[in-house]
Design a protein around this ligand. Sequence first.
Ligand code: HEM
Length: 309
Amino acid sequence: MSFILKFFNDVALFSWDASMALANLVIPQSPEDKVTPEGHPGFEGKWPEFVPRKEGDSRCSCPALNAMANHGILPHDGKNIQFKEMGRLIRTTYNFSPSFCYFVPNFAAKMLHKDYNKDTFDLSELDLHNGIEHDASLCREDSALCPDQSEIQVEYVKELLASATGKDKDGNPLLTIKDLSKYSAKRRIDAYDKNPDFSLDFGHKMFGSSNSATMLTIFGGRIKDLETVLLEEKLPEGWQSRVRAKFGLTLAHFNLSTVWWVEAGINKHEKKYKAEKKAAEEAAAGTNGTNGTDAAAESSIHKADSPTN
Ligand code: HEM
């Protein structure tokens, strides 16, 4: 697409998105138990049967798309999916806005050099490294260390969920923006120290915060639901999207209310975690009778490109 066409396309998309964000402010929200539209999987919280992935099924680094395939909302084998169809199904399953459901599958099609209108893809194709998939994820090991990006890192997910500090009105634990920033900071520092091929540019930092921000918006930060989604890649019995706005979660609202705040908090937490980690390493090296400063220097592989620089 020429530059001018792309410009008008982007302006049209963001104007469409902004108009839905404004409409959402005045149109009453759906009741909690009526978010999924009638005639679609998940209406009144009744999801199609969950069937775990079988040998040969295609799965990816995205827990939300894998869950759709495990319930047969996307093809259960995760193969030959149309980009347009995926957008339509994300709209009714998770209540993202039509603009998001157009924009992200379109981006994925471009990333895979495919035609959004005609081509199909398998879920595992989305794991193209430094396409949307990136290092320092919250639910996956870096691809250089674990090439199968559909593999859930149970330890990371449990650590993330255990770090929740919020509470709902009934006292149930909730993940907050600050919790996500803090755990993302830890993952970025740890991944940088562990993975010699580590990379995370600004765009991929934003992808990271966007993906993780869905845990707070679509899933409302609810630990019980997130356990099911992230560890079993299953939609909880009776669950419906926590976004009740009629036009769904728009790109504007998502970015301004959550994504930006998650990302903005990470830098501060990175500095704090880095200092704590260094102090702990020095203390451990001191107890082992080695020179603490040398040991700490050795453990930080490539200081010049630190994620906090
Ligand atoms: C066209 C739609 C989508 C595409 C192409 C997509 C793609 C991806 C990819 C490639 C990742 C891995 C990123 C990484 O390396 O951490 C990812 C992670 C994730 N996505 Fe999606 N996704 C889509 C829709 C959704 C939706 C609708 C939700 C929520 C309802 C969602 C929630 C998540 C979460 C929670 C993660 C894990 C983040 C992490 O491990 O740090 N995604 N997605």
